[in-house]
Design a protein around this ligand. Structure first.
Ligand SMILES: Nc1ncnc2c1ncn2[C@@H]1O[C@H](COP(=O)(O)OP(=O)(O)O)[C@@H](O)[C@H]1O
Ligand SMILES: [Mg+2]
Length: 259
């Protein structure tokens, strides 16, 4: 189910502005990779290039190659919609459709992709996805109530259920806990550890404890100054990056000396 991601010399632009330069990395299946680094260093930009979301911004484009199990997602002829089905995304602020029921929120991504489902298949998919997101027990008696009635942490798990329902190979999460309280944050972290059994997971986080707790591998991005592109500075096993990084800037960032 889970796929390997390889980026080869990826540059990412907003019009003439090069926001990210020269990223080469491999992300292993069934693992959690954390992207860390100061604001503006291109973490979100790079993350969005992994599911071809970057290019939806007018003038924005990606130069280089990103493969999923060897297939270049930027090959001409590859449909970005297909890529977005393989590579799901969870955002900073939980964004369920507020007036839609919990059930319909889970099915929303599936329906957007134009697929139809028999009622019993839909029921199965809703239950499986909500169980997969550790939310089923909390909502099984109110599936027809609006998604906006849930707490922030539950809404974020609902968004994860919506992502999982599409049956992706990779799940990208951009600071998924930044709007959540500590208890909800730990619930999401538990869930991430479970999800990595089935998916390749990439998580952007500004929380160093979180990166240390949930990730197997950490990638540190940095920027030399305003207007300069962000770059991947160092990537390795989280234990190593947090104890004996090779680069001084990584150590400075992790120990809170800047950023
Ligand atoms: N829509 C956009 N248009 C132009 N520049 C952008 C846009 N979004 C982000 N940027 C710029 O790209 C750079 C990287 O931003 P971003 O990827 O959001 O960084 P991070 O997620 O690490 O904080 C920043 O200089 C930011 O201002
Ligand atoms: Mg960001």
């Amino acid at each position: 189910m889970s796929k390997r991601i390889e980026a080869d010399d990826v540059d990412i632009y907003y019009g003439k502005f090069k926001a990210v330069e020269g990223v080469t990395m491999t992300i292993e299946p069934r693992s959690v990779t954390a992207f860390i680094g100061p604001s503006g260093c291109g973490k979100t930009t790079f993350l969005r290039s992994i599911n071809r979301m970057h290019e939806v911004i007018p003038g924005a484009y990606v130069d280089g190659k990103i493969t999923l199990d060897g297939d270049n997602i930027y090959d001409p002829g590859v449909d970005p919609v297909t890529v977005r089905g393989l590579v799901g995304m969870v955002f900073q602020r939980p964004n369920p459709f507020p007036t839609m029921s919990i059930r319909d929120n889970v099915l929303a991504g599936y329906k957007i992709n134009g697929r139809r489902l028999a009622k019993s298949d839909a029921d199965d998919l809703v239950e499986r996805s909500l169980r997969g997101a550790n939310l089923w027990e909390e909502v099984k008696d109110r599936l027809d109530r609006p998604g906006s009635g849930l707490s922030g942490g539950q809404q974020q798990r609902l968004c994860i259920a919506r992502t999982v329902a599409v049956n992706p190979k990779v799940i990208l999460m951009d600071e998924p806990c930044s709007a959540l309280d500590p208890i909800s944050t730990l619930a999401i972290e538990d869930l991430i550890r479970e999800l990595k059994e089935d998916y390749t997971i990439v998580i952007v986080t500004h929380n160093m404890q979180q990166a240390a707790r949930v990730s197997d591998v950490t990638a540190f991005f940095n920027i030399e100054g305003t207007g300069k592109p962000g770059k991947l500075i160092e990537m390795g096993p989280t234990e190593k990056i947090f104890s004996t990084p090779d680069v001084r800037a990584t150590e400075d960032y992790i120990t809170g000396r800047f950023g």
